[in-house]
Write a protein that binds this ligand. Structure first.
Ligand code: FDA
Length: 390
């Protein structure tokens, strides 16, 4: 039987990065993945340019049942460390917006870099993990029907998002098998869907985008909102989806940068004969203005509107309550919320408290970042914490 010091399940962002550190001290490290190609999510991320980290990444940008858990790993492998590594590989980058860093060229350069950094490890692709057992001293892993053994087993198999790209629930199954507790999983960074009543006015607007503030569960994000054939998407909605729970409302401020009341009042003084939908088109794309005027039954012209009526309209514009019926689910979700309960892990090493030698890193852990490079930063940081400790 082949013997390894460390076996890493999952050759994604976290798994490959962990191999870099774990194999650095001459240890025998094996990375296995059932996919044909490594780090597919890195390759397709950020529209092919990989939003690999965020200048502002810090613990406050993550959701977890224990908000303190990520602090240690994030502090010990920072965005600056990753930027330094890119410099060593001659990979240039730019800030797009809100601290989000993207490659100047293709994200394939990052995949190449990860493979190069992990070159001391064995990499076996198109390999299935049939069974994992522990005999009291070491782990036995059946890989495409061949058994291998190891003292350290690192689970880096990611979340459930986008099964088409190879996502499976393997990490959660292994956790359950070894009695490691889980926090319920749900799709994150995902478009929200709506019932027929809302779709009546949303669907004709499909393709329309505007800057908005979208709030859910007490947190709000100022970014673009996009109307789609199924409901709402765009960065502001994806961000808010992490904080939204089924049955709750979201609140949309359609004009976050200015006062709708002041703008409408000024428009009324300037030309009171404007119809209401024309008045709204001073603030919004024409199609949206017409849809809102119809949705809110706004008839007559601006001169007909008292200050009180304008205030009521401004309130709707700044805090439009909407009740999603669901989300587009794991089919399109960028991440999986929940996962391996951090209470069961060491924040220094990612090792489980109850099963020595068993580690969980990356998205399979109950640490989920905002949109904007934060999730890769967690993959790098948790992988470094684990790989250095092994
Ligand atoms: P990851 O999913 O990367 O890797 C897991 C690996 O395990 C995969 O290679 C998979 O094949 C393998 N695996 C799964 N089940 C297995 C099994 N049963 N047997 C063997 N192998 C198995 N984040 C960010 O910060 N910036 C961004 O720009 C983007 N963009 C983005 C776009 C899209 C479309 C998606 C879906 C996601 C993003 N993300 C992102 C999120 C980011 O991709 C994600 O958080 C990290 O890839 C997580 O890294 P992991 O290594 O934990 O999992």
């Amino acid at each position: 039987m082949e013997q390894f010091d460390t076996i890493i399940i999952g050759a994604g962002a976290a798994g490959l990065f962990c191999a870099k550190f774990a194999a650095a001290k001459g240890a025998r490290v094996l990375v296995v993945d059932h996919a044909k190609r490594p780090a597919e999510k890195v390759r397709i991320s950020g529209g092919g340019r990989c939003n690999f980290t965020n200048l502002d990444a810090g613990p406050d940008n993550y959701l977890s049942q224990n908000p303190h858990f990520a602090k240690s790993a994030l502090a010990r492998y920072t965005q600056w460390d990753f930027i330094e590594l890119l410099a060593q590989h001659g990979i240039t980058w730019h800030e797009k917006t809100l601290g989000q860093l993207f490659c100047d060229g293709k994200s394939a350069a990052i995949v190449e870099m990860l493979l190069h950094e992990a070159r001391a490890a064995d990499l076996r692709l198109s390999t299935t993990v049939d069974e994992v057992t522990h005999d009291g001293t070491e782990f036995r892993v059946s890989l495409s029907r061949r058994e291998v053994a190891t003292r350290h087993l690192v689970i880096a198999s990611g979340g459930k998002s986008i099964p088409k790209m190879g996502a499976t629930g393997l990490g959660y199954q292994i956790a359950a098998q070894f009695g490691v507790p889980l926090v319920e999983t749900r799709p994150g960074l995902v478009p929200l869907t709506f019932g027929p009543q809302d779709l009546d006015w949303i669907v004709p607007l499909a393709g329309t985008a505007l800057d908005a503030r979208v709030g859910a569960g007490g947190t709000s994000f100022d970014e673009a909102l996009l109307f789609t054939h199924r409901g709402l998407s765009g960065p502001a909605v994806l961000q808010a989806s992490n904080y939204w729970r089924e049955g709750e409302e979201i609140h949309v401020d359609l004009l976050p940068a200015r006062s709708a009341f002041d703008a409408l009042k000024a428009a009324r003084s300037e030309n009171g004969r404007r119809q209401m939908h024309t008045a709204l088109s001073l603030l919004f794309p024409t199609k949206l203005a017409a849809a809102l005027a119809q949705k809110w039954n706004l008839t007559g012209n601006l001169a007909d509107q008292s200050d009180a009526k304008l205030h009521a309209l401004a309130d709707l514009i700044h805090s439009l309550p909407l009740k999603p019926t669901g989300s587009e689910g794991y089919r399109t979700a960028e991440v999986t919320l929940g996962g391996v309960n951090t209470d069961a892990l060491s924040s220094k090493t990612m090792e489980t408290n109850s099963v020595p030698g068993l580690y969980f890193i990356g998205e399979v852990v109950d640490v989920t970042g905002w949109l904007g490079g934060y999730n890769f930063q967690w993959a790098w940081a948790s992988a470094a914490a684990c790989g250095r400790a092994i």
